[in-house]
Design a binder for this molecule. Sequence first.
Ligand SMILES: [Zn+2]
Ligand SMILES: [Zn+2]
Length: 354
Amino acid sequence: MSAQRRGPSPERLHITLPPWTDCSGVAIRLDVGAAVSREARDEVRRAVAEEHLATLPDQATWIWSDGSAEGGVASGGSGALITLPSGEERTTRTPAGAVCSSTRAELVAMRAALEEVQQLEDATSATPLVLCTDSQAALATLATGAGEQRTTLGAEIWRLLLAAPDRPTWLQWVPAHCGLPGNERADELAKKASSLPQAAAPVDVRSLTKAVDRAASKAWRDRWPDSFFRRIMRDRFPTPVLNETREDAVNVHQLRAGHWGLSTSYLHRIGRHPTPTCQQCEDLKCPAALCLVCREEADTPEHVLLHCPCLAGMRLRLFGNIHPDATRLRDGGAVAALARGCLRHREPAGYGRP
Ligand SMILES: [Zn+2]
Ligand SMILES: [Zn+2]
């Protein structure tokens, strides 16, 4: 298959920056976040941000960058507004990948803007640089340091930041959507960039493995038939049954699947528990399907685990309540204990296994 048909390969980091790289010329500032609450009104957040921005040099190259990703996972778009000390403006718009996280889109925006600045200015420029972003996650990724970056993108951003060693640089966090003009314009550029062709935009390994994980769990959930246990788990994955004997684990899995091989109603349904009045049927009201312990109703998983009166004491011990919330049955250990309890109740009465 040609490389073109396959699309760009996932980005991988081959050379990290050495751990002793001096990053002291780059200040990462999250001070605005600490000074104003997320819930504050837009005007208040904007005023606090402007107050902090006023402490940064005016005679500088200013970058406002932003990223967007549909649902935080797809169609990444990255945009930036660059204002040079002369007042001249430049903008960048970059697709960030068909599969992409919001943080990655933010980082792609920063890289594109820094590359653009490098093109426009002398590499040895000492003009201060201020980069404003509303992504705390992107800044947190960079704040771990130049030598600690685990992605090509993070390492490239640090290389660009350190290319002009005499340039004082600030990476400033600003609150989003509160009317800061630079942030609004970057947001617009990022949104427009998300509709650019994505075919040539590389996808990183992390976004790719997360996408595969999402697709596999969705396919798994879509195939899970509606059942008592599915309703208990809602959209969660059942946890593995690790600390039980093999016999207990089989009980747990069969109860979860709604086909407990030791249940009278199940055996009657498949013709393995015939009685003189009924050889086989699917009717849960049939006397041959009744719970061998209480004889009140069919011994479905729901009955055994939640309703059988003979196991009330055990439920009280396990859950502190004889009518526990069904979600407590997410615990495989509790299901195993109730199955054992049910079987123990049968044996002394001489019923044993059906
Ligand atoms: Zn029957
Ligand atoms: Zn019962």
